[in-house]
Design a protein around this ligand. Structure first.
Ligand code: NAD
Length: 356
């Protein structure tokens, strides 16, 4: 076999879970590149039926099929966070991560590269449908040619068969190590919760239709803290969320945000619950934004409008209490939050609205 001419390959994917189509791409890439960097996407998302496995669980799946290549340093696996409302920021993050890995690994052993131009880098992946549009976002890199898709299946087929009362493990398209991981996962509480949620989500359109729905969310900031509710119900029970909800047919969207904020948190000062008019006066209308990523909710197409409430900085925070369909409302230091603590795309909304 001739020596690969490409120094580094880059393969981005969610691998929810890893299947033999992904493995085929990895094997083909390894014939053409010296080292393959696998960036495991959506690494910062909370578990849900579409992203059921953590980064560590997906890394283990890759290791179970490519233990030797990982031990030899021919495959490097790293987590990659989504930046849902900024493809530019996401591309920048991919570029930085790849540069760091290439320079660190490329310079190991005493070789002092002057920069990335000393290395040939190529992107791999199969443009299976519109969801692979990101493969066109790195024109500076070569392509590792993958002739065709391997079968017509994808991870969503594996998940559909897995999240059932009697889970079916798609042995024919999973490596033995991955099949074993799924077998073990099917016995966990996490599986049971995800199954309940998958069933809830399957029923959702039957009850409510599939949208588009209009919602309003309140991003309430006071003295470095943000006001969040803990979700009391599926989907995302137990996760933190922005106060907000569906807009009533007869109300303005801005009024919906104020109403939901008031109902879900009972926000008050020393004189008692703050009136809708006073809450409205805290809104910075120049910052109102629409968040409409088509994949943002598994319930259907939900387009939300986020309103920034800037509360005056004070030593004594405004009072809050949990009510309505939110289990609890609390102030959180923004610096203590991790993306996987938040429901759906609420972390991305906070990032945009609070300029993180
Ligand atoms: P995936 O696991 O579905 O697919 C990964 C790769 O494997 C793709 O190139 C796909 O075409 C290929 N593949 C899948 N099935 C195959 C088969 N049977 N045969 C051959 N190849 C096959 O992952 P994905 O959803 O494409 O992952 C993209 C990641 O990048 C996600 O995490 C996404 O969130 C992230 N992303 C983020 C942003 C942002 O945050 N702004 C933008 C773009 C992409």
């Amino acid at each position: 076999m001739t020596k690969p001419a490409i120094d580094f390959g880059v393969f981005i994917g969610r691998f929810q879970p890893l299947h033999i189509g992904h493995e085929h791409v990895i094997h083909s890439a390894l014939e053409q590149v010296k080292c393959l960097i696998i960036l495991v996407g959506s690494a910062n998302a909370a578990r849900d039926p579409r992203n059921p496995f953590t980064f560590e669980e997906r890394q283990k799946m890759i290791r179970s099929s490519f233990a030797y290549e990982m031990a030899e340093g021919r495959i490097i696996v790293e987590p990659l966070s989504d930046l849902l409302y900024s493809d530019n920021a996401w591309v920048t993050e991919v570029q930085r991560r790849v540069s760091d890995i290439v320079l660190a690994k490329g310079n190991a052993g005493g070789f002092q590269a002057s920069g990335l131009k000393d290395f040939r880098i190529a992107l791999t992946g199969y443009g299976k449908d519109d969801s692979s549009y990101y493969l066109r976002m790195f024109p500076e890199w070569d392509n590792v040619q993958i002739a065709s898709q391997y079968g017509t299946f994808g991870s969503s087929d594996v998940r559909a068969r897995f999240f059932q009362r009697i889970p079916e493990i798609a042995q024919s398209i999973l490596s033995p190590g991955v099949a074993q991981d799924l077998e073990e996962f099917s016995l966990t509480d996490a599986f049971r919760r995800l199954l309940e949620e998958a069933e809830f989500l399957a029923d959702y359109p039957k009850q409510w239709g599939s949208g588009p729905f209009v919602t309003a969310d309140a991003v309430v900031i006071q003295s470095g803290h943000i006001l969040l509710v803990e979700r009391g119900q599926m989907p995302g029970q137990g996760l933190l969320a922005l106060p907000g909800g569906f807009v009533n047919p007869q109300e303005r969207i801005r009024d919906g945000a104020i109403r939901e904020l008031s109902e879900e948190t009972g926000i008050s000062d020393s004189k008692g619950q703050i009136s809708p008019a006073a809450l409205g006066s805290f809104i910075d209308d120049s910052r109102t934004q629409i968040f409409d990523a088509p994949s943002r909710s598994l319930r259907g197409r939900i387009i939300t409008h986020a309103f920034l409430f800037r509360l005056p900085a004070r030593r004594k925070m405004f009072g809050v209490k949990g009510a309505d369909d939110a289990a609890h409302a609390h102030w959180h230091r923004i610096g203590d939050l991790r993306p996987d603590m938040l429901f759906e795309d609420h972390w991305s909304i906070i990032e945009q609205m609070a300029d993180l």
